[in-house]
Write a protein that binds this ligand. Structure first.
Ligand code: ADP
Length: 867
């Protein structure tokens, strides 16, 4: 059983297994079929996948290649950036200025080496804050903050970082250097900080601070850049406004607000505009008084960049010194004037006794003397006169120095004055054979208003010098004039000579005091060396200028320029009409030219000849002349011989001989040969007068205004002359001088006597000494005038007032006015000259009196040969 059962079970089991197998096989086959389907689908998929994978793979390969290139590029870029960064920092490290970057929290990120080294011994490291940096500088006392509270300073330094732009700040290190911090915010909030060592600039600033003068610098926008303490001290009231960056206008406005400028009150804007104009005008130099009373000199200059730099100097002391100097100068000048006045008085006192010396010597010469005595007397006279010239120079000079010289302008004839001066010098020139010439511009009027006495003095000195320093040749005085207005002319007067000349090194001081050219050539000439000084001062006193030009060995030319008013309407030249042609003979070119210029404007045709021979040839060639003007002394044939030859040829026209020595010519001339002998140089008016004489059919020529009518010869009575003079010597001199005249002469010894004699003697002319005892000459004259006007009351017919001529040694100015104010007509200064007294007598001889003398010729008007 067991076995069967077991077998049964086994068969059942086998059957079941076989059924299961069968079922499984079926399932498997189904599954296989499905699998095969799936496998097919899968393999399709795989094929596709594979294709895709292959594509993806190839794509990946490409990308991989690209990627590695990118990687390489990136690598290179990174390298370059790193390199640049290194270079940048190396460069930043290399520069002298410090550079650092702080983050927005103001902690240091990075700094170059200079920045780290900028803060003295302090170690600056990344991470350190800006504040900590400053705190440490303070704590270690590495910097100087000029007495400011450290906490406040720190706040100020930090607070500035909030401003935009951040104002720079300068740290002054105790070690003696300065660092300027210039900070700036970056866009991301970082702070870039620049630290520049400004020690050099600060040294200059410190130096500018140290100078005593105020210094200020404005930039081109007129903003204050810098000013030192001295400047602040000068403008103390405005000092608070003197902050860097403030404009000039703001500073002024500040001053206006605090009422600093009194002259601006009420017109502030106008004042400001004025000041700004001045400021822009850069008034280069000015002086003003500062608020504290100091005197300040300002110098302002533009800087090359358009700004302005100014200096303010305290010149208080300088001004005080200058004032002290000025006072001292005034005192010295006053002392000098006092000395000059003393000198003037002295020289004037000396003149009085000189009157006796010269006058007596002159008289002595007129007496019967043997040759030796005459020599002595002449020597006394000439020495006395030489001494007088010197005294006169000293007197004039002293008067000018003492400022006591006044001019007495009056109408006078300039041409005649020059002529008179030349005539007086003629004898001296003649002795040397010098030719004196005058070339007076023919179109220039001759009458002007000026001080004839002083002009004569100038001319005498210049022409006299020319004669003195010229051995041979000529001295030419030339006058030309320029019209400066309807009634005035600017005159140019030059005196040319052909003398020794003046070395150039002496020319510029020739017009100075006491200057004489010292060399062997002119040591023989005497003189005071004052003549030219007086000349210059006189001309300058008249508003003119003097000059000199000279070539040593060739000659000199002195000149002056002067503007004078015309004394009358420009006088027309009155041509001596009917003379149509003239033959002029002179060996000197200048003389020929002068004559030609004087004759041509009269409508005369002039033929010029250089010698007698040429003149004869001109006549022989058929020339017809209405008149011949010939020089006297000429080489070859002289003027007298020429006249003889002309007459011998049967010619009858008038012949005028022009001579430097008419007396000599007259001695040689045979009667009727010459129609006139004229003294050279010719006075134009006289030449014209002579020509008029030879002119027929002309109305009577007007008499020359200057020529006094000669006194008629036979008159009823003697002329009565009263001389008041207390000094016995002078009375004697006077008496002797007049002894040749047929006069009724009375003397008074003082004013009182003079007054009495005026009553009893009824003089035609009174010579009145001024300083006399009891009653002086001025008082006597006053009383005479008073009595005269009483007599000439309405009922009485009254007499002519008696001419009174003062005789005075009082040549000082002021005296002249006082003398004339006393009713005196004229005054003469002592020592008296015979010629002057004779002229006065001739001038004042009344119609019913006679003035007959042996020496009447002496009384002739100026222009005669006085030599
Ligand atoms: P002085 O009284 O000595 O002549 P001045 O002042 O008149 O004084 O002249 C000064 C000097 O100038 C003279 O001494 C002379 O040396 C020089 N001088 C003046 N005029 C002339 C001239 N025309 N020619 C040469 N030298 C002259």
């Amino acid at each position: 059983m067991e076995l069967t059962e077991r077998l049964a079970r086994e068969r059942r089991a086998r059957l079941a297994a076989e059924r299961l197998l069968e079922q499984r096989t079926r399932e498997l086959s189904t599954a296989n079929q499905r699998l095969a389907l799936h496998a097919r689908a899968l393999s399709d998929q795989i094929v596709e996948q594979r294709a895709q994978t292959r594509f993806a793979l190839s794509e990946a390969e490409t990308l991989k290649g690209q990627n590695s290139r990118y990687q390489q590029d990136l690598q290179r870029v990174r390298g370059a950036v790193a390199m640049a960064e290194t270079r940048l920092w190396e460069s930043l490290d290399a520069i002298r200025d410090g550079f650092a970057v702080f983050d927005s929290g103001l902690n240091l990120i990075v700094a170059n080496r200079a920045y780290c080294a900028s803060f003295g011994g302090l170690r600056v490291e990344p991470g350190m804050s800006y504040r900590f940096l400053l705190e440490t500088l303070l704590a270690r006392e590495l910097i100087e903050i000029g007495g400011e509270d450290p906490a406040r300073w720190l706040d100020r330094m930090m607070n500035r970082l909030d401003l935009d732009p951040i104002p720079p700040a300068t740290l002054h290190f105790t070690e003696g250097f300065w660092v300027r911090l210039a900070d700036r915010r970056a866009r991301d909030g970082d702070l870039a900080s620049l630290a520049v060592n400004t020690t050099e600039q600060m040294r200059i600033r410190a130096a500018i601070e140290a100078i005593a003068d105020g210094f200020v610098l404005f930039d081109r926008e007129d903003r204050l850049q810098f000013c030192n303490q001295s400047y602040r001290d000068i403008y103390a009231a405005s000092a608070p406004a003197l902050q860097p960056g403030t404009t000039f206008e703001e500073i002024l406005r500040y001053g206006l607000r605090i009422g600093q400028y009194p002259d601006a009150v009420g017109r502030e804007e106008e004042w400001l505009a004025e000041r700004m104009r001045e400021h822009r005008g850069l008034s280069a130099l000015g002086e003003h008084q500062a608020e504290d009373g100091r005197w300040i000199r300002s110098i302002d200059k533009a800087t090359p960049d358009g700004g302005r730099v100014g200096l303010r100097m305290d010149i208080t002391q300088l001004r005080a010194q200058a004032e002290a100097l000025e006072t001292a100068r005034r005192q010295a000048e006053a002392a000098n004037r006092a000395k000059s006045a003393f000198l003037a008085n002295m020289s004037h006192e000396i003149r009085t006794p000189m009157n006796g010396v010269v006058g007596m010597a002159e008289l002595l010469c007129d007496t019967g003397l043997n040759d030796e005595q005459r020599l002595f007397a002449e020597t006394i006279r000439s020495s006395g006169e030489a001494l007088l010239v010197i005294i006169n120079d000293v007197l004039d000079y002293s008067k000018i120095e003492a400022e006591r010289l006044t001019l007495h302008p009056e109408p006078f004839d300039l041409e005649r004055t020059i002529h008179e001066v030349v005539m007086l010098l003629q004898p001296r020139a003649r002795a040397r054979g010098l030719d004196l010439m005058i070339d007076y511009d023919v179109l220039l009027p001759t009458r002007f208003v000026g001080d004839p006495g002083r002009l004569r003095q100038v001319l005498t000195n210049l022409i006299g010098n020319a004669v003195k320093f010229t051995e041979t040749g000529h001295v030419l005085t030339r006058v030309v004039g320029i019209e400066t207005g309807p009634g005035s002319r600017q005159l140019h007067v030059t005196i040319e000579d052909t003398g020794i000349g003046i070395p150039p090194e002496h020319l510029d001081r020739i017009f100075g005091e006491f200057n004489q050219v010292e060399d062997e050539r002119n040591r023989k000439f005497e003189g005071t060396g004052l003549g030219l000084t007086i000349t210059r001062r006189l001309i300058e006193h008249m508003g003119g200028t003097v000059w000199v030009d000279s070539a040593p060995g060739k000659g000199s030319s002195f000149g002056f320029r002067l503007t004078l008013d015309l004394a009358e309407a420009a006088d027309p030249i009155r041509p001596p009409v009917t003379i149509r042609s003239a033959l002029v003979v002179d060996d000197r070119f200048i003389n020929r030219t002068i004559l030609e210029r004087q004759l041509t404007p009269c409508g005369i045709e002039v033929v010029l000849c250089r010698s007698g021979a040429e003149a004869l040839a001109a006549v022989e060639a058929g020339g017809r002349f209405d008149i011949v003007l010939t020089d006297h002394e000429m080489p070859g044939m002289d003027g007298v011989t020429l006249a003889e030859r002309l007459r011998a040829a049967g010619l009858t026209m008038p012949i005028l001989l022009l001579s430097s020595s008419p007396t000599q010519a007259r001695a040689h001339e045979s009667a009727g040969l010459l129609d006139a002998i004229m003294q050279k140089p010719l006075l134009r008016a006289e030449l014209y007068a002579r020509l008029r004489e030879f002119t027929e059919d002309l109305p009577e020529p007007q008499p020359e205004p200057e020529a006094p009518a000669p006194p008629p010869l036979s008159k009823a009575r003697q002329m009565r002359v009263l001389a008041a003079e207390d000094n016995m010597t002078n009375q004697l001199v006077f008496r002797k001088m007049l002894r040749d005249l047929d006069l009724d002469l009375a003397f008074a010894s003082n004013g009182r006597e003079a007054l009495a004699l005026w009553e009893s003697f009824a003089p035609d002319l009174i010579f009145m000494d001024i300083s006399m005892p009891e009653m002086d000459g001025k008082e006597a004259a006053r009383r005479i005038r008073a009595a005269e006007s009483e007599r000439a009351g309405p009922e009485a017919g009254g007499g002519r007032p008696v001419p009174i001529i003062a005789l005075t040694a009082h040549a000082m100015e002021g005296d002249a006015e006082a003398i004339l104010a006393a009713g005196i007509d004229l005054y003469m200064t002592k020592p008296l000259r015979k010629a002057a007294i004779l002229k006065a007598l001739a001038d004042h001889c009344p119609a019913d009196a006679r003035l007959s003398t042996a020496s009447a010729a002496d009384v002739a008007p100026a222009g005669v040969d006085t030599g």
